[in-house]
Every structure is written in structure tokens, then in C-alpha cells.
Ligand binder design. Structure first.
Ligand code: GLN
Length: 499
């Protein structure tokens, strides 16, 4: 049995039927990490013995019939900005290099209750700011499909881990595309849930009005199963959906192999997205995917989405403004890296030195940008204007989704760039978020899934964007598409090397 070929749900099924032990699966994954992590650098922290001990406990509960979740016992990975009690959580930053949380994020608590076995914490752009996973204090992560390329970001470690067969699924976070874009670059499926569908309690904040935790896996069905374990109301996050509401994911899990769910759906194809320097192979792959869905009875409707060019500036103003406020807590006193007190002149010097040493270049750039946008005299011209643009983006999506059930779009304008290419031109890197940031600005769910390979054999992703709390429908259509195609089955060749 080739465990590398199986999905998370298939591994979970074997475990439930007693055909695969949780410890056996965990050892298999740890061994794979051992042999491939030196080349990929997807993990910042590997839990090792802790994971084995956890696997033994989970196995007992499964055997006793106390754990019945479809993913119970399946080894997985968690992005390093999600707090895990007793497990180091660095957020990719020197600022939090030795931080060991005293509590679990709500999402972590819920996956543990459902029998998750955490293999470790995955690499990411520092404080989730970036599109390449090159800004991490722990060094860049490599794309398993081509190790001279980036895996995308900021959840690049989670995506690379799943693509390299080190974990069967992972958690990421998405503020402006950080789940969807690495999934596109690594040939995976990932969901940015509706804002408020998943608790942010214990997620180290980047931009609170945009951040959402979501699943990264091989298939839409795996994403549905994972989301089912951790979505839902949480009294500790006031922006979370109210008690009594749920995403109705169970429905997806019951009908995953039925492509008939696509029949009659109106799927909008935003014409304006097919111009902006989109790599021709991506354009063709998405149009091919549209035809696959059309053949099943979906109605493909070309639409126009206004404000495509306004989304990036609005996003970068709002995200940096919120980040400058969220990151002010890292002052070396309450939180974070503390500079050598012997060498400072006064308190201001203490803050300046500690924050300069603790934060990397990209994070400092964004704090400066955000502080500027919020400062008096500029607030109206930048921040307030960005909020107005955000409302207009929301309105244009509401209109489009009033006429269609969901939209089909590219995830990123290109496939994975080479390592080192993006950081030299940050503005160009920001523009690569053009297709992803709007879903965050509008709070909408968006699913990224593989739909082809380019001439160089690199994965291409497509994106389904739906109405708020329509997450289950996106996953159902994604699952239907994956019954009809096999792009999600493609695996990169990776050489295993002993450490
Ligand atoms: N690339 C975007 C940024 O740097 C998105 C990051 C994210 O979603 N965390 O802000």
C-alpha cells in the first residue's frame, strides 16, 4: 500500500477499519519529513516523540470507539502562526523565536478533540506577510515540484509539506491569498473560509478584518472533512458567526462523488481577470476547467467585475494599517524579542533597537506603511479611502454573485516564480495577489484547486469564489470537478535523502 498516494480521508478510513495504525502512519510521516525536509524546509518545528505519544493516545480512543471523526488519527501539520499549547510557535519571526504558547487556538483545540496528530509547525512568511515563504527567520521553503522555485506564501510551509507527502493535510491562514496561492503553486486544494466561519482566537494577528484559518489538502473532500472539525461559532472571537449557525459541510461529505451537483449552476467567468498579464497557459487551463463543468450541465456566464485594479492598493493599505496596530504589542516588554538593555540610551532607543532586531525587512516596511496611512493628516487620504474602495469591491462581488452561484477565476497570474525573483521587487510581488485579495476584502469564501500544468510542468490553480457562508457549495463543486479530472492526483518527484 503506497500511503503517499492516499488522501487524508482514505488514511482516516484505513485507520478506522483497523488496517493502518495511527502510530504506523505517524512514523511513516516523520520518516518522510526526516528524508525530505532538509531539501524543502517546510517545517520550523518537528514534534517527533510528542507526535508518537499523541498517536498512541489517539489510537486508544479510536479503538475504544470514542473518536469517530473521519480524520481521527491522520497525521497533519499546523502553520506556525496558530497557537499550540506547549509547542513552539514562531510566526516565522525572530521576534517570537522562543515563544511557547500557554494555550491552544480554538482551531487547534478543536482538531485535537477530533483526534488530529500534529507532526509539527510549518514555515511561513514572517507574520504571514508575503507571497513566497522567503521572508521567514527560518529561511525559505522550497517548492517540492521544483526546488529552485518558491512554494508560494505565506502558508508555503503547510503547502510544501502536503505536496511533499510529509503530512496528509495542514492548516494555513489566508489574509490576502496565503492559503490559495501556495495551493496553486504546489498543486493542492485549499479553502479560505467565509470571514467569521472559523475562529481567529489564538491565531497570531496580521490584519484582523481579513485573516481566516483554513485547510490545505490534496482534495476538496479532505478540505471539507478538515473544515468540519474546526469551523463554527466561538464565544472567544466576537467576529465569528453566531451560535446556532453552521456551514452544513456534512452535506458535501455525503455527496462527494456525485458530479450531478454541478447541473444548472450558474458560474460567472470574470472577463476582466483574463487580461492582467495572465500567463497564457493559466488562461487556457481555466477555460478548459469551465468547459468540464459546462459538460456536466453548469451554465458558464461571462461577467464583468469592476474595480479589479483598486483591490490591491485598498488591500495593502488596510492590511498594513491593521498590521501596524497589531504588531505594536511586540515591544520587548510585554511581548517579543528584547534587545540588550545594557546598550540602550533610553526607553525609545530600547523599543527602536528591539523592534529593528526582532522584525525582518518586509515586516518593518509594512509597519511603516501602515503607520503612515493611519497618521493624522493622511488618514482620510489613504486609510479612509481604502475603506471606501473595500465597500465598492464588496458591492461589485455582491452584484456578480446576485446573478451567479459562484465565480471561476485564476488564483495567481503566473505559476511559481524562482526563489529570489520576487523579493527584489516588492511592488511586483504585491501585484501577484491581484486575484486573491478581493475575497478577503469582501469576506467571501474561495476555494483554490489544481487544474493543469504549465509548459515547465508546474501546477496551475483555479479559484471558485462564492457568497458568504456558501463554503459547502464551493467544496461540493470542487469535489465534483475532482471526480471528473485527475490534476489533484499528480505528485512531484522528490528525492529522499537521509539527514
Ligand atoms: N501576499 C499577501 C500579503 O503579503 C497575503 C498574505 C496572507 O494572506 N497572509 O499581505
Amino acid at each position: 500500500m503506497d500511503l503517499l498516494k492516499l488522501s487524508a480521508l482514505e488514511i482516516g478510513g484505513l485507520i478506522r477499519q483497523g488496517e493502518l495504525g495511527v502510530v504506523e502512519a505517524t512514523r511513516f510521516a516523520l520518516d518522510r519529513i526526516d528524508k525530505t525536509n532538509p531539501a524543502i524546509n517546510s517545517f520550523v518545528t518537528i514534534t517527533g516523540e510528542q507526535a508518537i505519544a499523541r498517536a498512541e493516545a489517539v489510537q486508544k480512543d479510536i479503538s475504544a470507539g470514542q473518536l469517530t471523526s473521519p480524520l481521527a488519527g491522520v497525521p497533519m501539520a499546523v502553520k506556525d502562526n496558530i497557537s499550540t499549547q506547549g509547542i513552539r510557535t514562531t510566526c516565522g519571526s525572530k521576534m517570537l523565536d522562543d515563544y511557547i504558547p500557554a494555550y491552544d487556538a480554538t482551531v487547534a483545540e478543536r482538531i485535537f478533540q477530533n483526534g488530529a496528530v500534529v507532526l509539527g509547525k510549518t514555515n511561513m512568511d514572517e507574520f504571514a506577510m508575503g507571497s513566497t515563504t522567503e521572508t521567514s527567520y527560518s529561511g525559505p521553503t522550497k517548492n517540492p515540484w521544483a526546488t529552485d522555485r518558491v512554494p508560494g506564501g505565506s502558508s508555503g510551509g503547510s503547502a510544501a509539506a502536503v505536496a511533499a507527502g510529509q503530512a496528509w493535510y495542514a492548516l494555513g491562514s489566508d489574509t490576502g491569498g496565503s492559503i490559495r496561492q501556495p495551493c496553486a503553486y504546489c498543486g493542492l486544494t485549499g479553502l479560505k473560509p467565509t470571514y467569521g466561519a472559523v475562529s481567529r482566537y489564538g491565531l497570531i494577528a496580521y490584519a484582523s478584518s481579513l485573516d481566516q484559518i483554513g485547510p490545505i489538502a490534496r482534495t476538496a473532500a479532505d478540505c471539507a472533512a478538515a473544515l468540519q472539525t474546526f469551523a463554527g461559532p466561538d464565544s472567544r472571537d466576537s467576529s465569528c458567526m453566531p451560535e446556532g449557525q453552521n456551514l452544513d459541510i456534512r452535506r458535501v461529505l455525503e455527496t462527494v462523488d456525485n458530479p450531478a451537483s454541478v447541473k444548472g449552476l450558474v458560474i460567472g467567468l470574470p472577463e476582466d481577470y483574463f487580461t492582467h498579464g495572465l500567463q497564457p497557459e493559466i488562461d487556457q487551463a481555466i477555460r478548459r476547467a469551465a468547459r468540464v463543468l459546462e459538460d456536466q450541465g453548469a451554465i458558464i456566464r461571462p461577467i464583468s467585475l469592476s474595480l479589479v485594479d483598486e483591490a490591491i492598493p485598498a488591500y495593502y493599505l488596510i492590511a498594513t494599517a491593521e498590521a501596524s496596530s497589531n504588531l505594536s504589542r511586540y515591544d520587548g516588554i510585554k511581548y517579543g524579542w528584547r534587545t540588550n538593555e545594557e546598550e540602550v540610551e533610553d526607553l525609545v532607543d530600547f523599543y527602536r533597537k528591539g523592534r529593528t532586531e526582532g522584525f525582518g525587512r518586509e515586516v518593518r516596511r509594512r509597519i511603516l506603511l501602515g503607520t503612515f496611512a493611519l497618521s493624522s493628516g493622511y488618514y482620510d487620504a489613504y486609510y479612509l479611502k481604502a475603506l471606501k474602495a473595500r465597500q465598492m469591491v464588496k458591492d461589485s462581488f455582491a452584484k456578480a454573485l446576485g446573478d451567479c452561484d459562484m465565480l471561476l477565476a485564476p488564483v495567481a497570474p503566473t505559476t511559481a516564480p524562482k526563489i529570489g525573483e520576487s523579493l527584489s521587487d516588492p511592488l511586483k510581488m504585491y501585484l501577484s495577489d491581484i486575484y486573491t485579495v478581493s475575497a478577503n476584502l469582501a469576506g467571501l469564501p474561495a476555494l483554490s484547486l489544481p487544474c493543469g500544468l504549465d509548459d515547465q510542468g508546474l501546477p496551475i490553480g483555479m479559484q471558485l469564489i462564492g457568497p458568504a457562508f456558501g463554503d459547502a457549495k464551493l467544496l461540493a463543486v470542487g469535489a465534483a470537478y475532482q471526480v471528473l479530472t485527475d490534476f489533484h492526483q499528480l505528485r512531484p518527484e522528490i528525492e529522499e535523502v537521509a539527514k
